[in-house]
Write a protein that binds this ligand. Structure first.
Ligand code: 3PG
Length: 219
């Protein structure tokens, strides 16, 4: 499992923009806008027909951006996102078949979890970084604090309900490595092609993350 389990991600940002791109032409300007604002990672979700094209465009044109494929929920998604150039993948949940597929493809992977049993299952497979999804509905800050006591060797990327208002609270938890969310590049801002707005949102998120302190030492 060593090749597919994140221990220390290659990207620096503790904020992971979750994006749904319907226009593949938006992918490269989006990547530049995020980088300009200090964010070097993006999760492009497989929730649109343009997703694979968008991943490929960023992977080829903006290699300094760490492009992850999100919403990887089926075994057959793994080879598709790898071929498109994704450097890692995330899923809202996880199956053992998906774990087998990312292992066979040597694709770094952040599995989605929502319960202690799921955390233990993925930890037994070697994972130490997991996506808590949907974070707010799973219990948010309180859930992460509760998981941290008995399962202290697992780090999380909470996603779902994270916002500038609660980002620092999440990032200050000792078992939160990073947090994901759609507020950095929401649909209306993308549709308008307002790249300056995305850079501003990224800058604000980076400033909040900076104030919250560095990532947990044990990641
Ligand atoms: C999603 O499923 O779109 C992500 O979890 C983002 O959730 P958010 O819109 O609450 O940030």
């Amino acid at each position: 499992m060593a090749t597919t389990c994140f221990t220390r991600p290659a990207f620096r940002s503790r904020v992971v923009p979750v994006v749904v791109l319907h226009n593949p032409a938006h992918a490269v300007p989006l990547a530049h806008a995020l980088l300009e604002g200090g964010i070097d990672v993006v999760e492009i979700t497989l929730r649109s027909d343009a997703a694979l094209q968008a991943i490929e465009a960023v992977a080829q044109a903006v290699p300094q951006m760490h492009t992850g494929a999100g919403t990887v929920t089926r075994v057959e998604d793994v080879q598709r996102v790898l071929d498109a150039g994704a450097r890692f993948a995330l899923s809202p949940g996880c199956t053992d078949a998906l774990v087998d597929a990312v292992e066979a493809a040597a694709l770094p992977f952040i599995p989605g979890v929502m319960t202690p049993s799921e955390v233990m299952h993925r930890r037994a497979q070697g994972f130490r970084l997991m996506k808590l999804f949907p974070a707010a509905q799973a219990g948010g800050l309180g859930m992460l604090q509760a998981l941290g006591a008995p399962l202290a060797d697992v780090q999380f990327c909470p996603t779902g309900g994270v916002s500038p208002e609660n980002l620092q609270d999440y990032l200050r938890l000792p078992n939160v490595a990073m947090a994901g969310g759609s507020w950095l590049a929401p649909a209306d801002v993308l549709a308008a092609g307002d790249w300056n707005a995305i850079t501003q949102r990224a800058r604000q998120a980076c400033a909040l993350a900076e104030q919250a302190g560095g990532p947990p030492a044990r990641l």
